[in-house]
Design a protein around this ligand. Structure first.
Ligand code: CO
Length: 278
């Protein structure tokens, strides 16, 4: 199979967002503004509650989807349409904000490790003003596929070896996999032609693409075009997010949590938000 090359390696940058939550941001940083259709990837990981207790109080979104994947800890969620939920270790929330929601994402623990990711996925022009929708997936409903060489893959979206992930009917036909590769192991996975994709190493180190150089924890690897991604074990057992999706090839105009196609649509979003129409 034609293996996708490494196009770019981006070290995540320390930053903070919400009410003072410490984050490592890779996508959506100065190093890489966006990788169509993906707009942002944050990792939050701390066992010091001062780094996360502020949480993300009420804030709006329009025109995008936010995807939260918890590895450790508990995060509460509530929005202005009466939806509430709680994410625990291993749970996923795929939220399609569409025309708009105002929500909060707040820690439900006062100590201990809080670890997870938030990904922002852009919506196509045709989907930006759709009704909001949640897909809340408890850890127990995320299949884990064991493969040769000690590789195991949690399938959140997309399919591995005939096992499909529970997140479905998403605009960009996404792949979202949590791949564990031990030293000596290798995972080769075909991605749809034309989909943009990336790997984010969040534990250990892994070799991505045909090369032999290891990528360590906290680095995002943008994949070039080709047929399949190759993730091979490095010196230490690795865990890697593999995320891909169909690009929109549409203009992007961003204003904080509003992401639309034109400046006029951004003005409308601000107006709708200020007018209480979210
Ligand atoms: Co949010």
């Amino acid at each position: 199979m034609d293996i996708r090359p490494v196009a770019l390696v981006i070290p995540a940058q320390a930053t903070s967002d919400g009410a003072g939550v410490s984050l490592s941001r890779s996508l959506g940083s100065q190093a890489l503004d966006a990788l169509d259709p993906f707009l942002l990837l944050d990792e939050f990981r701390s066992d010091d509650s001062a780094d996360y207790m502020g949480g993300f109080p009420d804030h709006p979104h329009r025109g995008i989807e936010t995807v939260t994947y918890m590895l450790a800890g508990a995060m509460g969620h509530g929005d202005n349409q009466g939806n509430t939920g709680k994410l625990r270790s291993g749970d996923v929330q795929w939220m399609t904000a569409g025309r708009g929601i105002i929500h909060s994402e707040m820690p439900e623990q006062e100590e201990g490790l809080m670890w997870g990711f938030q990904l922002w996925v852009n919506l196509s022009a045709a989907q930006k003003m759709r009704e909001p929708r949640y897909q809340e997936i408890p850890a127990a409903d995320i299949p884990s596929v064991g493969l040769a060489g000690g590789v195991s893959v949690k399938v959140i979206a997309g399919a591995v070896d005939g096992t499909a992930g529970p997140v479905t009917e998403i605009d960009v036909d996404p792949t979202y996999l949590d791949v564990a590769v031990p030293p000596g192991g290798e995972f080769i996975h075909a991605l749809p032609a034309g989909h943009n994709g990336f790997c984010y190493v969040f534990e250990g180190d892994a070799v991505i693409g045909e090369g032999s150089e290891s990528v360590t924890r906290g680095n995002l690897v943008v994949l070039g075009l080709g047929e399949a991604v190759r993730i091979a074990g490095g010196d230490n057992a690795a865990r890697v997010l593999l995320i891909a999706g169909r690009p929109h090839d549409e203009p992007i105009v961003k204003y904080g949590p509003f992401v639309m196609n034109t400046k006029e649509e951004i003005m409308q979003a601000i107006d709708d938000y200020n007018g209480g129409r979210f």
